[in-house]
Design a binder for this molecule. Structure first.
Ligand code: ADP
Length: 441
């Protein structure tokens, strides 16, 4: 008897971001796609490997979504369920647990998704953690009092945040109070959460790195360590991602040790992870977060595969349906075989976009594999602390990291967003509020 192709439910993957769909095709896995609520996926133009659309509302009605998944599973069993969308990692872990499918389990998912729990678990394991305070409940005062004892500057962030939403630096206890109010307002407007739980932690001075790993039965294989720039705030925009990062061997080994130990501390024994960390003082790794998922909506799979030669998307999806990776005994840092990069086009201002210069030339560049444009002329970029999104990703492949660096220097000169002049910060704010109002209605 030949084994049937495994089926995997993939929750909230944007169809324009191809890496995971293509990875599934390479792994011989059929996908049932739960589309994002803001995306209309035409049934006659499904992404690669997708055999079915299953519209669900796991954010608005998790119980209903779980019931629908159970029904689908009873009628036609699937072998796994995954997401790359951080806020839904706990939902997916719960669905897998209830249906008896492979997964990290609810408790582990909580530790990887809730920044308060993550900080506590890393501290308990003796890892490098900045001093922090939690702000829980409607009255921020007890948390603020604890935060006053930290060394400033500090960073305020939503416990359940993602994509840097609301993450803000505060330089003094007085500024912290305003910042907490501001971050909670962003959470209310963007996430529909009142009195959002926050973490206040000491600012980590030093360059930032992203680490892509794959765990199997407790062994951690680090596929790539990439440079993420050194954003200083007060608001933290993504800017570049270039891997492999040029690091002295002892610092690189310290990163691999810290990341491996964090998997154990958080109980992530199987599956892909995306870690962000800073090198405090340029040498000592402190985790910012570890996601129990492939990072960057799949960009991490692209980067990891070009840097390590390991097909992270296909490998991770195989694990998600209960299979084994191609090299089950592998652990430690993979030897780099190439370089990959993502240039995140900066907004460079706010207002109504009148033109995006330079992208057509970039798309034709042989080094560029993907140009993902998200903002177009006519779109409104609202000023911080509101966050509209990134204009475009330029995703490229190189023989070495210095070549990626030189390419990014070219892009800095070539790509520019132009804004219509009649737009002011006040009118952009007003436009933002109108849209938020509409979204709530
Ligand atoms: P999110 O999950 O919303 O992306 P992060 O914790 O990763 O939240 O923070 C987003 C960004 O904010 C980080 O990539 C980093 O640049 C910055 N940041 C967060 N915490 C700190 C900190 N303690 N020190 C310095 N920068 C920080």
């Amino acid at each position: 008897m030949t084994a049937a192709r495994p089926t995997l439910v993939l929750v909230y993957q944007r169809s324009a971001l191809p890496w995971i769909f293509e990875g599934a095709a390479r792994a011989g896995i059929d996908l049932v796609l739960v589309p994002r609520p803001d995306e209309d996926v035409p049934a006659d133009r499904l992404p690669p490997a997708v055999v079915e659309l299953l519209p669900l509302d796991p954010e608005g009605d998790p119980e209903g979504a779980l019931a629908a998944l159970r029904k689908r599973h009873e009628e036609r069993p699937f072998q796994g369920i995954v997401t790359l969308f951080d806020p839904l990692v706990p939902f997916v872990a719960e669905a897998a647990e209830r249906l008896g499918l492979p997964g990290i389990g609810r408790d582990t998912a909580l530790g990887a998704q809730d920044k308060r729990v993550m900080r506590e678990r890393l501290t308990a394991a003796g890892l490098n953690v900045p001093r922090f305070a939690r702000i829980d409940g409607p009255d921020p005062e007890p948390g603020l009092a604890a935060a006053d004892a930290l060394t400033f500057p500090v960073v305020v962030k939503p416990a359940h945040g993602f994509s840097s939403l609301g993450v803000t630096r505060a330089d003094s206890p007085a500024a912290l109070r305003t910042t907490v109010t501001e971050v909670r307002a962003v959470c209310a407007a963007k996430l529909g959460v009142r009195d959002a739980a926050l973490v206040v932690e000491e600012y980590l001075d030093g360059p930032e790195f992203a680490v892509e790993s794959l765990a199997y039965q407790g062994r951690v294989r680090v596929l790539s360590i990439g440079y993420k720039g050194e954003p200083e705030g007060p608001y933290f925009e993504e800017s570049v991602y270039r891997a492999p990062a040029a690091l002295p061997a002892d610092v690189r080994d310290a990163v691999v040790r810290e990341v491996t130990a964090a998997h154990a501390a958080l109980g992530i024994t199987d599956g892909p992870t995306h870690t962000e960390l800073r090198l405090r003082g340029g040498t000592r790794p402190y985790l910012l977060e570890m996601g129990a998922r492939i990072g960057g909506s799949g960009v991490s799979a692209y980067v990891a595969s070009h840097v390590s030669g390991v097909d992270l998307a296909a490998e991770a999806l195989r694990l998600a349906v209960g299979g084994a990776p191609s090299d089950p005994a592998a652990e430690g840092l993979a030897e780099p075989v190439g370089a990959a990069a993502n240039y995140i086009v900066p907004c460079g201002g706010h207002g109504r976009i009148s033109a995006v210069h330079g992208l057509a030339e970039v798309a034709a560049d042989p080094r560029v594999d993907h140009l993902i444009q998200m903002l177009f002329p006519g779109d409104v970029v609202r000023p911080y602390p509101d966050f509209t999104g990134y204009p475009a990703f330029v995703i490229s492949r190189h023989d070495s990291t210095p070549e990626a660096e030189a390419f990014h220097a070219e892009l800095e000169r070539a790509v520019r967003i132009e804004y219509a002049t009649e737009y002011t910060a006040e009118s952009a704010h007003a436009a933002g509020h109108d849209e938020a109002e509409e979204a709530r209605a």
